[in-house]
Write a protein that binds this ligand. Structure first.
Ligand code: 4AD
Ligand code: MG
Length: 434
């Protein structure tokens, strides 16, 4: 069989009429044989189909070889498309020829294995139908974000990952030896995006961010994808409107394009289509009042952790903006609120159903003295941020931006218990292999 002849398995169900001879190839999802008939479930990138092969049609040698193919072994098949009510989606391929590409060794993954074992076998576990569905949805989500930014004339940038500053304050950065000087893995692309804003006005970057936090929670990774946007001439109201338009647009696109995967993963697409702007906005101080009524021992100045964020959105179907956090809780570059000097013009977007923070957003401080004061307060050195302060010295303008945790969004959209299921090779304090 020559390579050009193969069709994707989805064509067996879509365009190939019963009676047509097709050639397909892929990996064996399930295999069984009885009474001189072999059954494969064969998977390729486009779908899964049942293949049947009879000893009398294939010949003894080919039948015996095919019978020895293990789960996840690879084969090429030539056969006729046939209607079969018992088969998956009502059709199967009746093989006239099966070429074994690699019979494979016994596949180590089967049901009822521990989470730890499956994480050790992650390089193989990502072949599961569940993983396939998760990463197709994630890819669709990224595509929808890029399409949205394209339409909004937000330009994609490529900021560095190796840096000389620990951008968000220093405590949680991975440090390494950069030819005798300290280097850090990027915690955020924000400072670079702020620099790139002056020539481009509307920029975004999709880059990994690294956090050396030992938090073992179901929503923290040490490496995650940070989708960051920076917008010139943008005030706080504009910023929140941009974010909610983006979220509605992207969630609806994914619901329309991946209904099958969403349904199989426990998220009916209608639930995403029901999400509409505007999202509710509450001030941090109001969130504190609500939490106090719910019995949480919080006061103005308390950080909102997993439990608090969960309590605020457990009952809601729409995301929620919490705005105007106390200045001390937030990063040095956030704009001090002109109507409440204790607070910053910042918002966290909390996912519904208790999933918690998915976006961190703020207007950026434009006053150099205030930025220096905050850098000193967090115990960092002002001279390390001189290049950033230059941005306030040459054509300083109001601007705002945000970072969206891609895996956090996928976790909520796909109702995953743990964030590690939303990335193929999760990095957590206890694991950086495979
Ligand atoms: O809230 P964060 O720390 O904000 C920033 O990095 C800003 N500099 C972004 C910006 O304005 N350009 O991170 C942004 C988002 C969070 O809202 C959260 O969704 C996600 O990144 N995130 C994490 N996701 C997984 N694991 C972690 N350890 C995360 N830390 C933050
Ligand atoms: Mg945050």
């Amino acid at each position: 069989m020559s390579p050009g002849d193969f069709v994707p398995i989805s064509r067996v169900f879509a365009s190939e009429a019963p009676g047509t001879t097709v050639r397909i190839r892929g990996w064996v999802l399930r295999t069984r044989s009885s009474g001189g008939i072999l059954f494969f479930l064969l998977r390729d990138r486009s779908g899964v189909v049942q293949v049947t092969g009879r000893r009398d049609a294939l010949g003894d040698a080919a039948f015996d070889a095919a019978e020895h193919v293990q789960i996840e072994g690879s084969v090429a098949v030539e056969g006729v498309v046939a209607e079969d009510r018992r088969a998956l989606d009502g059709r199967e391929v009746r093989a006239s020829r099966i070429d074994v590409i690699d019979a494979g060794e016994p596949f180590p993954i089967f049901t009822d294995q521990t989470e730890e074992f499956l994480l050790d076998q992650r390089h193989l576990a990502i072949r599961s139908q569940e993983s396939v569905a998760i990463f197709r949805v994630k890819a669709e989500l990224l595509r929808a974000f890029r399409e949205f930014f394209d339409r909004e004339e937000v330009v994609e940038m490529t900021p560095p990952i190796l840096t000389g500053n620990a951008a968000e304050g220093g405590a949680e950065a991975f440090q390494f030896d950069y030819f005798g000087r300290p280097g850090y893995l990027s915690q955020t692309a924000q400072l670079y995006l702020e620099a790139l804003l002056f020539p481009h006005e509307r920029v975004y970057a999709l880059t990994p961010s690294f956090r050396a936090e030992k938090s073992r929670t179901p929503r923290h990774l040490t490496e995650f994808l940070n989708l960051e946007v920076e917008l010139a001439w943008c005030d706080f109201a504009d910023l929140l409107i941009f974010i909610e338009r983006m979220m509605v647009d992207v969630l609806h696109a994914v619901a329309e394009r991946r209904p099958k995967e969403l349904t199989s993963l426990g998220r009916p697409p209608e639930e995403l289509l029901a999400i509409r702007a505007p999202f509710e906005r509450i001030r941090y101080s109001e969130a504190i009042d609500r939490l106090t009524k719910l019995g949480f021992p919080v006061h103005f100045g308390s950080d909102l952790g997993t439990a608090e964020e969960r309590a605020l959105t457990l009952e809601s179907k729409n995301p929620l903006f919490v705005t105007h956090y106390p200045r001390e809780l937030k990063a040095f570059y956030m704009l001090q609120s002109r109507d409440d000097p204790r607070a910053v013009e910042a918002a966290d977007l909390l996912g519904p159903e208790g999933y918690g923070e998915i976006i961190g957003a703020s207007c950026r401080e434009t006053d150099i003295a205030r930025i220096k004061e905050r850098i000193t307060q967090i115990g960092a050195k002002v001279d390390e941020y001189e290049w950033y302060l230059d941005l306030r010295r040459h054509g300083n303008i109001p601007h705002a931006g945000f970072g969206l945790g891609v895996e956090r969004v996928v976790r909520w959209v796909l109702r995953r218990e743990h964030i590690r299921d939303t990335t193929p090779f999760p990095r957590t304090p206890s694991r950086h292999t495979p």
